[in-house]
Structures are given as C-alpha cells and as structure tokens.
Design a binder for this molecule. Structure first.
Ligand code: URA
Length: 221
C-alpha cells in the first residue's frame, strides 16, 4: 500500500469525527512545521486561538515557546509542532467557555493521527510539551518537576524522548519563579538540540532497543 503524505493525512484529519470534540471545534489543529525535521514537539491540545486559526501554539503560550526556541537558534519552521489531541477540549464555567484537559477517550480517539504523524515525520528526537503529553508518551507517572529535560528511550524515535515545562504553566508564574521555569524550558530545548547534533555526528548512539514502529496502544493512566 502506498504511504500517505503528511499533507494527505492532514486532509483526512480535517474531517475527523472520531470523538465528540468534532461538534464544538472551529478547526482541526493538525500540526505544522518541517515534515522532515529531526525534532518533533508534542503539546496537549489546541486552545482558543489555535481552534480559531487551525494552527498549534499561536496564543500567548506559543509566543513563549517561540521565544525559547529562538534562544536556541531554532525557528518554528525548523521543527514540527503538534498536540496529542487535534481539537479544542472545552467546558463552560460561569457562562464562559474554558479550555479543559483532554479526556482519555479523546486522547485514544486521536491516537492514530499522532502515531501516523510520528511514523511519517520520523523525527530523531521527540519533545513533549507539558505533563499530559509526557504521561502519554514517556510513562504514566511522569513527574515534570523531577524529570523534565531527562531523555528516555522510546519506540517512537531513535534519539529518545524528553519533556519540557508547558509554556502556559510558566506564564502563570511571576518574578523569579517565572524566570527560573522559563530558563528550564530554554535549557531543556537546548538539551534536545544538542542530542540531535550528537546523534547526527555519531557521538551518541541511538538506543539498540529502539524499534521503528510505535506500538498499537497508548494509555494515559
Ligand atoms: N497549548 C497546547 O498544548 N497546544 C497548543 O497548540 C496551544 C496551547
């Protein structure tokens, strides 16, 4: 069977009705960037601005992520950015529509889009942005405070997988806490960049156990 391209996959995903989020979304936020990038970044799910524009990480959190990438001399167009769910998850609180974390059934319904993206992009390293992505793709009890910036072997790519603090979480901080946590974000992206460089130079060997095909099932908890 001929393999579909990322563009074709995005077209199919645009009509996805695998979960209820299809009824409330304005746009499917499939992902964007360089389809041949060595670095794939995977966040939690689209927020309001992402839903309105159909693009990932374009709100305030996205601006902070862009800044942290640029501090590492990485432009957005050099990486690929997506999320574990492609449609905005919301709840209504005090009459206002708010973002909410994705539910396990929504993540599972969306899983195949993500696995196909990983399979087509074939990144060297994966960077999870925030806890939900890390819990899903690294291990279910992932603790961001202890484990951010640590590289784990993964079946999803040869160079390993790591996680960084979510920029939306950092934006809720002020003063020294903001500075410290933003620094973690920049430094952890630097580690991922270094890892790509080292693998390309052959100074770090991909783990021997790495398998090219991701497993069928992902679980959140
Ligand atoms: N937060 C995410 O996790 N993803 C986005 O695309 C935007 C904000």
């Amino acid at each position: 069977m001929t393999q579909v391209s990322l563009e074709e996959l995005a077209k199919s995903a645009a009509n996805c009705d695998r979960c209820e989020l299809c009824r409330s979304r304005a746009n499917v936020v499939f992902g964007e960037g360089d389809p041949e990038t060595p670095m794939l970044l995977i966040g939690e799910g689209p927020g309001e601005t992402e839903d309105a524009t159909g693009r990932p990480f374009v709100g305030r959190a996205g601006a902070l992520l862009d800044k942290a990438l640029l501090e590492n001399k990485i432009q957005r167009k050099h990486v690929y950015i997506t999320n574990i769910i492609k449609c905005r998850a919301t709840l209504v609180e005090n009459g206002r529509v708010q973002n909410r974390p994705p539910r396990v059934d929504e993540i599972n319904a969306c899983r195949d889009w993500l696995l196909q993206q990983i399979g087509l992009i074939k990144p060297l390293v994966i960077v999870c942005i925030g806890g939900p992505s890390a819990k899903l793709l690294i291990h279910p009890t992932f603790a961001m405070t202890r484990e951010h910036g640590v590289f784990f072997d993964t079946p999803y790519c040869p160079g390993g997988i790591t996680a960084v603090l979510h920029p939306a979480y950092i934006l809720r901080m002020q003063g020294n806490a903001f500075e410290q946590n933003y620094r973690y974000l920049v430094d952890d992206i630097a580690k991922a960049r270094r890892r790509v460089i080292d693998i390309r130079k052959g100074t770090v060997q991909p783990p021997p156990a790495a398998k090219p095909e991701p497993p069928e099932e992902l679980t959140l908890f």
